[in-house]
Design a protein around this ligand. Structure first.
Ligand SMILES: [Zn+2]
Length: 147
């Protein structure tokens, strides 16, 4: 059986603490993006965790096309944990806190997915044409052209 998301997220956090010191305001490498894949969930999206001057930020990358048709990566933040809230904790409490906040980010990402009322596939919000139809179903059932 596959390990639960919580278990994998916890192990991942431990790895990032020993490898990138994400629990330390002083020692963490700033603006270094660490990626976690939501294995087994829908299209297995990735979220990132990054340390910056204010704290730890979770989010993901989306691509926007500019008017030349070039995809530009944009960061979309999901969740934030300030150093000042982390620094007051003991080493063990810090780990628990980061895992807890990590799961909030994972769940925020999961909430962006919903079921299409027609094909019943669970898809990301960006894959929908409207509230009820995914893009594929809109093309098939509503006869609209969506790229
Ligand atoms: Zn559909």
């Amino acid at each position: 059986m596959a390990k639960s998301m919580k278990r994998r997220a916890s192990l991942w956090v431990y790895d990032q603490i020993s490898g990138s010191y994400i629990d330390s305001e002083k020692d963490s490498l700033k603006r270094h993006y660490l990626h976690f894949k939501l294995e087994g969930f829908c299209d297995e999206p990735e979220i990132y965790l990054v340390a910056n001057e204010e704290g730890l930020e979770w989010g993901y990358t989306v691509f926007k096309w500019d008017n030349m048709g070039v995809p530009l990566p944009m960061k979309k933040a999901l969740h934030f944990l300030a150093w000042k809230d982390l620094n007051v904790l003991s080493a063990e409490e810090k780990i628990d806190k980061i895992i807890e906040e990590m799961m909030k980010a994972v769940n925020a990402k999961k909430r962006e997915y919903r079921k299409c009322k027609k094909c019943e596939n669970k898809l990301h919000d960006s894959q929908f044409y409207n509230k009820t139809h995914c893009r594929k179903c809109a093309k098939k059932h509503l006869g609209v052209y969506v790229d």
